[in-house]
Design a protein. Structure first.
Length: 123
């Protein structure tokens, strides 16, 4: 796979991930606690792809890495909100677990890219 294909695949994957999170949040009960968590989750989950898109337009390698670091932070934050939702029992566990799995996978991919950029990846 070329770098261009990988980049396009990652952008598409984060876009589809954001759509999944939107769908999940729309299924939450109409309770104040769910509104707060859904709002935070939507912000962090949609920020992953947005920061990856921003990284594509970066003016330097350092800037590129910084946007990827923001994407990773957003992915880590999303893990927290998804875990909170799962454990609050306000959503079907079978619906949230695949989203958590995807969040973990995206985090690992982004972290791997960052480590490679910084020359710290072990092969």
């Amino acid at each position: 796979m070329t770098n261009k294909e990988f980049r396009e695949q990652l952008i598409k994957r984060t876009y589809l991930y954001a759509l999944k999170v939107m769908g999940l949040s729309d299924k939450l009960p109409s309770k104040k606690s769910c509104w707060v968590v859904a709002d935070q989750l939507l912000r962090s989950a949609t920020s992953i792809g947005a920061n990856i898109i921003e990284a594509q337009a970066a003016s330097s390698r350092r800037d590129f890495a910084k946007f990827l670091e923001y994407a990773l932070k957003s992915a880590n934050e999303s893990k927290f909100w998804l875990g909170l939702l799962r454990d609050s029992k306000n959503v079907n566990k079978n619906e949230v677990e695949p989203v958590i799995t995807e969040t973990n996978e995206l985090s690992k991919i982004i972290a791997s890219i960052i480590l490679s950029l910084k020359g710290k990846k072990k092969f």
